[in-house]
Write a protein that binds this ligand. Structure first.
Ligand code: AMP
Ligand code: ZN
Length: 138
């Protein structure tokens, strides 16, 4: 897409520090990392949402992301990594070209996701699961 910064990065029109590229995806260092080595993996074709990414491309995105996480652990002794994808502004998506974050993690890296844990009322879990099943389209 003409005005998309990540399309331009994938095409080489805007500079980036590349770590991987193939026919479907492009991976480069995030310019403002959570930890140093934080990588973004993007499909080469423009999609705003993960929901329109073809299964083969989505599979490649996840596969490459996990392998980059392993490479970060092997080379820089990180203890683990997060794979994170924000779909939609409400979820924290800022760049509207779908991207998978690969965030290297250390046991003492002082970064906290602030993951809260709510409780369900009686019967609520079943009702929500039924609602998802009702609207699910493969
Ligand atoms: P999100 O909030 O999931 O949309 O993440 C967007 C990410 O893109 C942020 O972590 C930014 O630091 C990163 N970013 C934005 N512009 C660039 C750029 N030109 N090169 C590398 N990373 C970028
Ligand atoms: Zn794009």
């Amino acid at each position: 897409m003409a005005d998309c910064i990540f399309c331009k990065i994938a095409q080489g029109a805007i500079p980036s520090v590349k770590v991987y590229e193939d026919d479907l995806v492009y991976a480069f260092l995030d310019i403002s990392p959570i930890n140093k080595g934080h990588v973004l993996v993007i499909p080469k074709e423009h999609h705003e949402s993960s929901s329109t990414v073809p299964e083969a491309v989505a599979g490649r995105l996840f596969h490459v992301g996990s392998r980059i996480g392993i490479a970060l652990k092997r080379k820089f002794d990180w203890d683990g990594f997060n794979l994170h994808l924000a779909d939609g502004t409400a979820a924290g998506q800022v760049v509207m070209h779908v991207h998978l974050h690969v965030v290297p993690r250390g046991v003492d890296d002082q970064f906290h996701w602030n993951w809260r844990q709510l409780k369900y009322d009686d019967g609520e879990m079943a009702a929500i699961a039924d609602g998802i099943k009702e609207k699910f389209v493969f």
